[in-house]
Design a protein. Sequence first.
Length: 500
Amino acid sequence: MGRRTVRWRAAAAAGAALYVTTALSAPATAADAPTPYSYAEDATGVEGSTSSTGAIRLAPGKTYRSSIGPGAKLYYRLDLDAVANAYASATAVPAVGATVASSDGVRVSVEDSDGRRCSYETARFGATRSAHPVTALASREIGTDEYMCQASGAYYLVVQRVGSGTGSTSGSSSGSVPEGSSEEWGLELGYASEPAVEKGGSTSAPENWNSAPPEAVQGDPERRRGGSGFATASPLAQGVWQDETGIKAGETLFYKVPVDWGQQLYATAELGSTTGGDGFVGNALAMSLYNPARGFVDDALISYGGDQRSADLDPLPPVAYDNRFSFDGEASGMRFAGWYYLAVHLGTPVAARYGDEPMGLTLRVRVRGQAQDGPGYLGAAAPSGVFEVTDEDQEAAENGTTGDTLDDAGDTDGEGDVDGEAASGGGGEDSGNSTVTGDKRLAMTAVAAGGIGTGSLLVLGLLMWTLVARRRAAGAGRAGRAGRGPGTASRGRHGPSRGR
């Protein structure tokens, strides 16, 4: 027992030395790098098919994680009935700092079994000339076309990577990419189902609504940290909100606002002044608005020269089911109640002029109007509650939560579950191995220490000493059992001991 204790003391000392050495030698740029995209923790890993024949079926209400290579065109199957509307989105996620052209992006379409498009949309990186998550949405809607995409059957979500991939702004949008450009982008796929509504409603968009900009929201800002993906978007209510740590060049922060039927949303993004550089950056910051199905609604751009700048979203109509009949894309996007997402991206070119330090970001959010009754859905949406605002949603927006949370694998970007398997190595609920414990957790922590920040290294030191204490306690328990007679079970606070 004495030798075992000495060994674990030595291990703990080595761990402490590892902590000190790594903390001193860790590159400063690791902590300064923009936060990567956070995929949904429950996203299922799927592989897109290059042909409709082998397409994997997606289930409504679920989120999926996939990837797409240069010039690729991938298929995923949707089995639809003849009643509900289907909305399928794809968020393309290039690596932080990747070289992209303004014309690069992703095209999403929903097609029927005869190859006819029900709808499609293309999202590009655009004027910021900076790699960041971009989202496109396609749908199959009942009643929009008398002849196409109305029957039940197999439909296909088609995701295609478009652009030149050269980093220039003059590339073709045909999907061709020069040979040698082989970097894949991550994909997060969303699939929402909207039930039918009661008969007798209007079939035309509202013609009159208050389009006058409201008074700016004033007051001292409250601090709230933005999330790094749709799944970790930080909830905001009406008010003035300042990001806790600011926004870095190349980073995208996500926020979400509950907007009920009959309410209007207004939002302003303000980029703070700085004396840490000089020069002018055109289209330095972009704020994009997405609806509850992750459909693009509107965006606003800010150029930057060191002084504070602000940009407002255009006035948008009140949320109404009938907005879907509008020919105006912004109005049509305001068709659901639910969480509306603000994605704020600071372009990587800003770093060349003003460095890598975070810049101040303030959001002013106003929600005008009283909540009204919905359209009278005849069934349940999937995911549940996606097209409504609950009291819990309002409370979350008022109180706020941290945008990013650790998953079971210790990741903030969800990369510990690429294939849809748990961090336990694929064990199910009854496998007895649903979490990583004991020596395995310690080993994982030690391996990760070289690439994580100082705060996480403190956790490593604590785990080392905690393990020493557990080993001592286990040794004392074994010594006590040695003095007991046969048939005496040893029970402690953690239950009966198990054989090794």
